[in-house]
Design a protein around this ligand. Structure first.
Ligand code: AKG
Length: 366
């Protein structure tokens, strides 16, 4: 029935615990409602299903309107199943265990068994409305984190592509082997010395067959306003990282999208030396979209070290050993000066301020 409704837009996970569930027999056509599902989860989990959040993110931070208690539920007219999403696999696993083999009674006394299965993704029609926009004070405003943005199969395909490219003679001579990571560029070459793009000499395009569906999904999820035309692939061996930086305003548009593959890593965000560093765990297959203030006014970086742990996390004490991590950072090249609201951080507007002293310089001394 899932396949009938969504065709290939949804994939059942045969082995992995994910953040998405489909629950057979819990849908509207069987006579159940959203509140029935919430009640069954609460009863089945002994009302103790507050998640073990592995991410420094409280359940209150999820901005979806019909979101309560950390769970998004989606029901469809005339369908016998419900879809469910929560913020972490540990949380969903507790719900799965509570619902498997559960027989639920309808108002008329009829009893139906519920059948939960893990999904690798949610269909597009709901995933674009269920992204976890982080609006709490513990994360930079505008940051969007989407877990399981791609399937495990897609992740494997992307990793294979990078590994083959890395082994090629051409890359061995032309790849950017930086001190703390290796990078490959598509669309336009990023020039590290100048921190800009070489717009005059486009390089190999972003591979359409491999990345077309991802590019489309980035637009559908509101991470970017048009299809990105620049991709930087970063390959981090365990222990490697990237210095804190803000992507130059005049070089890239709003919406910097980083897709994580392989190992998990903690990314640090900072809005100034005196402010606390905020940490976000980037899980494999997740997408992090930096938008607005998080893109323009906060630095992001990865400390070079062998293990990560999260301060102030509900899983305090948990550490993640670094594995090889590959990130695909999709961006839109900017071809006109930046007009953002974060003038003190903006190279375009600083240049304007310097040539027009009538405009107060928000960053004296620059
Ligand atoms: C960059 O290439 O500028 C990045 O910030 C990469 C971030 C990442 O690896 O997720």
């Amino acid at each position: 029935q899932l396949k009938n409704k969504f065709q290939n837009d949804v994939c059942i996970s045969e082995t992995a615990v994910t953040t998405f569930l489909a629950i057979g027999n819990a849908g509207l056509s069987c006579g159940f409602s959203e509140s029935d599902i919430r009640r069954e989860i609460q009863t089945g989990t002994g009302k103790l299903y507050v998640p073990l959040l592995p991410i420094n993110r409280s359940i209150d931070s999820l901005a979806h309107s019909n979101h309560t208690a950390g769970v998004d539920i989606f029901l469809f007219a005339d369908e016998p199943f419900a879809l469910l999403q929560s913020c972490c696999t540990a949380h969903v696993e507790v719900i799965f265990q509570a619902l498997i083999n559960r027989i639920v009674e309808l108002g008329n006394g009829q009893r139906l068994p519920w059948y939960p299965v893990y999904l690798l993704n949610l269909p597009h029609c709901v995933s674009s409305t269920s992204s976890h926009e982080m609006t709490d004070t513990k994360h930079p405003p505008g940051l969007k984190y989407l877990s399981e943005f791609i399937t495990e199969e897609k992740e494997a395909e992307l990793i294979r592509f990078v590994e083959e490219l890395m082994a090629s003679e051409e890359t061995k001579s032309s790849g950017d082997f930086l001190k703390n990571r290796t990078t490959l560029h598509f669309g336009y070459q990023f020039r590290y010395g100048k921190n800009d793009l070489d717009l005059d000499t486009p390089v190999r395009p972003i591979p359409g067959e491999l990345c077309g569906d991802i590019l489309q999904k980035l637009v559908e999820c509101g991470c970017v306003t048009r299809i990105p035309d620049q991709l930087t692939v970063n390959i981090y061996e365990p222990g490697q990282g990237i210095p804190p930086h803000v992507d130059t305003h005049s070089v890239f548009e709003d919406g910097i999208c980083s897709l994580s593959l392989g190992g998990a890593v903690v990314m640090d965000f900072s809005s100034g030396a005196e402010d606390p560093v905020l940490q976000v765990l980037l899980e494999p297959r997740s997408l992090l979209a930096m938008l607005g203030e998080s893109r323009y006014a906060w630095t992001h970086g990865i400390v070079p070290r062998a293990t990560d742990s999260l301060a102030n996390s509900s899983t305090t004490g948990q550490t993640w050993r670094r594995l090889r991590r590959i990130s695909f950072t999709f961006r839109c090249a900017k071809k006109t000066p930046c007009e953002c609201d974060y003038r003190e951080h903006c190279d375009s507007q600083r240049a304007l301020i310097q040539t027009n002293p009538g405009i107060p310089n928000a960053h004296p001394g620059d």
